[in-house]
Design a protein around this ligand. Structure first.
Ligand SMILES: C[S@@+](CC[C@H](N)C(=O)[O-])C[C@H]1O[C@@H](n2cnc3c(N)ncnc32)[C@H](O)[C@@H]1O
Length: 288
């Protein structure tokens, strides 16, 4: 397997994309850990699993463009490895059409949601591995997918080269084109006196994988449905999450509520975000 260190990953123009990626991740981590003494976000996904599962369940895999794109990359006899499978958004619809899916997922609460989504009639062809990707020991699969996982991974080079090393045919990565915090950014300024530090996105990833030698295809898609909230209290709780503002810290709530009330759109008795962020599917074939 080809190995790259940060210092060797330099693309045209002299930019070291591995260092650039690491700096984005580290800058964001340092800012977030310093906010209201948040500290390390090691249980980030355990705190958010329930909400995440509800959001995933509101998507219909038959119309969700990203699910459909992934389904277009697999063949009936394939084995698929889903790295950071979360609540099974892609692992479950893929399992219905391929021969075997291995879902690697480190967060216990996300795995619990995945098991619940798999249900009592659990398909026999889904294997769940409780591990982060860095430590996971799994066999190569025909197709390796990794959706919305890379944002906090500082050593993206090792992570991605391990994805590639475990793919017999195709590697497919989903990443945001727009920043997750786009809607709430004015509140970052109001409360923290600065914008939300950017996460790595499509352009950072494309440049990095290109520098690693992978000539990737890209397709963009909007989220199938805009983010919805049952009411203003629900939106406020989510805003706390995106602002990394502890729930018990309520001194900014009036201002956040006012902002949400004027920004969110009423839809079918709920509130909807006016932003429908774009995502990208980046994929490459091993013989391509
Ligand atoms: C935004 S969720 C995405 C879940 C799913 N792939 C999807 O697209 O719906 C990110 C997931 O990545 C997992 N994750 C975080 N760090 C990881 C790592 N180092 N290795 C593997 N998975 C990781 C989290 O536990 C979480 O379930």
């Amino acid at each position: 397997m080809m190995r790259h260190s940060d210092s060797s990953v330099i693309a045209a123009g002299g930019v070291n994309w591995a260092v650039h990626w690491r700096e984005l991740v580290e800058r964001r981590r340092v800012v977030i850990e310093g906010l209201a003494t948040q500290g390390p976000q090691s249980d980030f996904w355990d705190q958010r699993a329930g909400r995440y599962a509800r959001r995933v369940q509101s998507l219909d895999p038959k119309t969700d463009p990203l699910t459909q794109m992934l389904l277009g990359l697999v063949r009936p006899g394939d084995t698929v490895l889903d790295v950071g499978a979360g609540t099974g958004r892609y692992a479950i619809p893929l399992a219905a059409v391929v021969s075997e899916v291995t879902a690697v997922e480190p967060a216990e609460a996300m795995r619990a949601q995945l098991e619940q989504a798999l249900g009592v009639k659990r398909p026999k062809n889904v294997d769940v591995v409780a591990s982060n990707w860095e430590a996971a020991e799994v066999a190569p699969h025909d197709v390796v997918i990794c959706s919305n996982v890379l944002y906090p991974i500082a050593d993206a080079v090792s992570f991605i080269t391990k994805l590639d090393a475990h793919a017999r045919r195709t590697v497919a990565i989903i990443i945001r084109v727009d920043q997750m915090a786009a809607m709430i950014d004015p509140m970052w300024h109001a409360i923290w006196g600065r914008g939300c530090p950017p996460e790595p996105g499509l352009l950072d990833l494309y440049n990095l994988v290109f520098a690693l030698g992978f000539r990737a295809n890209v397709r963009l898609a909007h989220r199938a449905n805009a983010q919805r909230f049952t009411d203003l209290d629900d939106a406020l709780r989510q805003a706390h999450n995106q602002l990394f503002l502890p729930m018990e810290q309520t001194d900014h709530d009036e201002r956040i509520r006012a902002y949400l009330a004027e920004t969110l759109l009423p839809r079918d008795g709920e509130l909807e975000s006016p932003f429908t962020p774009q995502y990208a599917l980046i994929w490459w074939e091993k013989d391509g």
